[in-house]
Design a binder for this molecule. Structure first.
Ligand code: PXL
Length: 292
């Protein structure tokens, strides 16, 4: 699919949770994409008092029951979208709702981005059980682009984790992810034999593999995956090529992490997005992607 800029303000249906504290999901996705000139229309999947990574006693309200009527109203209004972008879900049943949403609202040129958010650092997030993985595989098959981290990629493919990956390992994983359905797979955090931290990608139509090296900072802030996929999505909607869009996303997340690390704020509070949003300039300052 060619990703062309066709609306003055591209409109995105953002299907994610709202976490009140901890800077992740809609609370970072909306400002990031808005500052790239996109209209974000949230379809909330759940409301939490905080994200689930590092806070005790958070509240969780699953919005599965409201989602169908919510989007039925959008349908009645005749709203259309340039992009459908999903992330953290409140239940496995939401997978079918999102697949219907894609059928109802997706047109030939609607970009469908699925960030299969359910795990990190080798384990599932608290609110998911192992059967969610099979459901997520069904949703992934309807996406144009998927952006798992290495844990999610391994769970989706049913393969074991490794401490570091060779080029051949990475290429096989990316191809296998694309075999699940999407045109493009991006793995957002990889340790390779010759790279401490990188993002890798494959486009099955032009059969090219990409790699963008990331600055290594010894802190893993929540919400950086959401920010990464948001910038990637915004850049593609602006008409950037896949490697340039990845480059912009890596660059912005690196700036956000470095800025935050300098302040030594609690890791669970996420990155200080408010300090760095203005750096999301339209033109990338440096481009450092390589072919893998
Ligand atoms: O950033 C991913 C994410 C989104 N939403 C919630 C989360 C997480 C990761 O922990 O807990 C509620």
């Amino acid at each position: 699919m060619n990703i062309v800029k066709k609306s003055i303000i591209p409109r995105i249906a953002a299907i994610h949770d709202m976490s009140g504290f901890g800077r992740c999901s809609l609370s970072v996705i909306i400002p990031t994409l808005s500052s790239m000139g996109m209209q974000v229309c949230p379809l909330p999947t759940a409301v939490l008092s905080t994200h689930t990574g590092g806070f005790e006693g958070y509240t969780f309200v699953d919005l599965t029951d409201t989602m169908k009527d919510y989007y039925k109203h959008w349908k009645e209004l005749g709203i259309d979208f340039d992009c459908i972008y999903s992330g953290f879900l409140g239940s496995a049943e939401q997978i079918d709702i999102i697949m219907s949403f894609i059928d109802d609202f997706g047109k030939e040129d609607t970009l469908v981005v699925v960030d299969p958010v359910f795990a990190d650092s080798g384990r599932l997030y608290d609110t998911f059980s192992a059967d969610f993985i099979g459901h997520m595989k069904r949703l992934v098959s309807h996406a144009h682009i998927i952006t798992p981290n290495i844990t999610e990629a391994s769970f989706l493919l049913g393969c074991a984790f490794k401490d570091s990956y060779s080029r051949e390992d990475v290429k096989k994983m990316l191809k296998d992810l694309c075999s699940l359905g999407p045109k493009t797979a991006v793995i957002t955090s990889m340790v390779m034999e010759d790279a401490k931290n990188c993002v890798v990608a494959y486009d099955k139509e032009d059969e090219r593999f990409w790699r963008v090296m990331c600055d290594y900072i010894p802190a893993e802030y929540p919400g950086t995956g959401d920010i990464f996929t948001s910038v990637l999505t915004g850049a593609l909607l602006e008409g950037d090529s896949l490697p340039v869009a990845i480059d912009r996303a890596v660059n912005f997340v690196s700036i956000a992490i470095r800025t935050t690390f300098g302040y030594n704020t609690p890791v669970r509070e996420g990155v200080v997005l408010e300090k760095v949003l203005h750096t999301l300039s339209k033109t990338p300052e440096r481009i450092k992607y390589e072919l893998l």
